[in-house]
Design a protein around this ligand. Structure first.
Ligand SMILES: C[S@@+](CC[C@H](N)C(=O)[O-])C[C@H]1O[C@@H](n2cnc3c(N)ncnc32)[C@H](O)[C@@H]1O
Length: 260
């Protein structure tokens, strides 16, 4: 992937796959071997999984073959261009990250997908997706971050929540990038407005947990997306939320369904 490819910029700004592999394994609590990454995009999580998990395997599914092409030809990683509601192959962990569960806009589609996920898991297997919410979830606005690229260029990343309707639960999010070359380099600034635009349904925590139970998951859990401890041996210990009172005003969590 070239340095300025929009997928590469996306991965640098929005993903932490190695940390997420550790969190998923800790939340699973056993020794999961196979990951199913749904809504996989460039399959960054799957690529990290096969690197970090000894003899681990991953199946990455996305209905868009273009981002998935970045993950072809990697040992123990299978790429499938398909709708996630037709995803197949048994897995110990299924992950749907970067708020992709919001790609499913109505309850029928959500439940059909979760039933499929449940069917792919063995007893003890988990499904995990991330979700944001809280008092600012339906506010429009822009978050900005700065990153440095390996060649010294400056990367500015903006995440704009462009539209939000609490009545329907729908939000539109647009990601923009600007790359300013290192001083002295005769290269123009690269501006990528609307590099990615997402039209999501922002599910609530109770809606999502109810749908998981309806799909067959006997236990649902909520874990912090970002807060965790790391012990002296490098093992991560994620934080589980047991009551709504523990959530911040604006929160970001993993919602987990466990098959018993
Ligand atoms: C927000 S991106 C997430 C990419 C990646 N999971 C991540 O963590 O950054 C959502 C992805 O879901 C894919 N997608 C949306 N609806 C889908 C569906 N019904 N079946 C399969 N893929 C879908 C899109 O093509 C896109 O690559």
């Amino acid at each position: 992937m070239s340095l300025l490819d929009r997928h590469n910029l996306y991965e640098r700004c929005t993903q932490t796959p190695e940390r997420d592999v550790k969190l998923l394994r800790a939340i699973h609590g056993g020794t999961p071997r196979t990951l199913g990454e749904d809504f996989a995009g460039t399959a960054a999580l799957s690529r990290a999984w096969v690197r970090l998990v000894r003899s681990g395997r991953a199946i990455a599914t996305d209905h868009d073959g273009q981002p998935l092409a970045h993950a072809r030809g990697i040992a123990r990683l299978t790429c499938r261009v398909a709708d996630v509601r037709a995803a197949h192959g048994g897995c110990d962990v299924i992950a749907a990250f970067n708020f992709s569960i919001g790609e499913l806009h109505d309850r029928a589609a959500l439940c059909a997908y979760l039933r499929r996920a449940h069917h792919r898991l063995p007893r003890g297997g988990i499904f995990a997706c991330d979700l944001y919410g809280g008092s600012g979830a339906f506010r429009t606005g822009t978050l900005r971050e700065r990153h440095a690229l390996p060649d010294g260029a400056r990367l500015e990343y903006s995440w704009e929540q462009r539209a939000a309707d609490a009545l329907t639960g729908r939000v539109v999010n647009a990601l923009h990038f600007r790359v300013t070359p290192r001083r002295g380099r005769r290269v123009e600034t690269l501006e990528l407005r609307d590099a990615f635009v997402y039209d999501w349904r922002l599910w609530s925590l109770p809606e999502l947990q109810e749908a998981l139970r309806e799909a067959g998951f006997t236990t649902t859990e909520v874990w912090s997306r970002f807060e965790h401890a790391v012990d002296g041996r490098g093992r991560v210990h994620p934080l589980r939320h047991r009551t709504g009172g523990e959530l911040a005003d604006d929160w970001c969590v993993f919602v987990v369904g466990r098959r018993r």
